[in-house]
Ligand binder design. Structure first.
Ligand code: BJW
Length: 231
């Protein structure tokens, strides 16, 4: 299972590439690259501080809750769910999903570029923030994956894909790699593949099944169908 910004859209968190989305209002090259952070850390901190404050008030929607039921239902039947999200929010966890794989990091964590410590973080970050690990200031950044950086846990994702019989992408435009490549890989390996999105994504043609509509409606219906099929 791969989720993207669309699953959190109905919880009030903006998507990136829709009309009026985050990258329509802000230049990703000035905010979501290591070079941008090196050039203007205050600007990047301000952008993520605002999004962190917004996230603290956000709550999961019926799509997130349905994925909890899917995980539990598959476990009861002797199966399992590998939930990989590109989202840096914690709405899957708030809903009750466990062991969520955040391949693009987490907004509620800080990373010290000096010592590598990753710390749970709910407050604003700034250039003067002191790392609780090494005690130094000046190297704290949001623990998120920017363009040009290696996403987290790619080996674990590939291993989970290899063991799966179903790959589902929910609420993602299929514009960002390597995440966007998993559907084609899954298809090539013979997995059943399904896209759930508001509209066809960039790689919609790759999926064997396509369901279009809001995640809060489509995901609960899909989960009910999968659990019924599983018996
Ligand atoms: C709804 C809905 C509703 C709305 N219900 N649906 C080829 C191979 C490998 C890499 C590259 C490559 N070509 C280029 C690259 C480099 C680059 C890349 O992909 N660039 C592209 C722009 C072309 N990738 C990278 O740099 C990555 N690292 C990397 O490649 O390392 C080296 C490497 C090489 C080879 C193999 C492995 C590794 C890192 C990418 C980091 C992305 N970071 C961001 C920011 C994170 C922090 C933050 O949040 O600020 O991650 S960018 C942004 O995009 C964010 C998202 O996770 C990511 C994906 O966006 P997502 O989730 O798909 O959102 P949207 O807005 O695009 O789509 C939402 C969808 O939902 C839409 O379709 C709507 O219709 C739908 N929707 N409402 C259901 N209610």
């Amino acid at each position: 299972m791969l989720t993207g910004a669309g699953v959190s859209a109905e919880s009030g968190l903006g998507t990136f590439r829709d009309a009026g989305g985050i990258w329509a209002r802000f230049d990703p090259m000035k905010l979501a690259t290591p070079q941008a952070f090196a050039a203007d850390p205050d600007n990047v901190h301000e952008f993520y501080n605002a999004r962190r404050r917004n996230l603290v008030g956000a709550r999961p929607n019926a799509g997130h809750h349905a994925l909890v039921r899917l995980g539990e239902g598959l476990a009861e039947r002797g199966g399992g769910l590998f939930l990989c999200t590109q989202n840096i929010d914690d709405l899957h966890e708030q809903a009750g999903s466990r062991a969520v794989h955040h391949m693009h990091g987490e907004l509620l964590r800080a990373l010290c570029a000096g010592c590598g410590a990753r710390t749970v973080w709910r407050e604003d970050l700034g250039t003067g923030t002191i790392c609780p690990g090494c005690g130094r200031a000046g190297a704290m950044r949001p623990d998120v994956v920017w363009f040009g950086e290696m996403p987290y846990g790619l080996d674990a994702i590939e291993a989970a894909l290899e063991e799966s019989d179903l790959f589902v992408a929910i609420g993602t435009s299929g514009a960002v790699y390597p995440a966007a490549g998993y559907a084609a890989q899954a298809r090539a390996w013979g997995l059943r593949t399904c896209e759930i999105n508001l509209e066809p994504s960039d790689n919609a043609h790759v999926f064997g099944e396509r369901l279009y509509g809001p995640a809060s409606e489509m995901v609960p219906a899909f989960v009910a169908q999968i659990l019924a099929e599983a018996g």
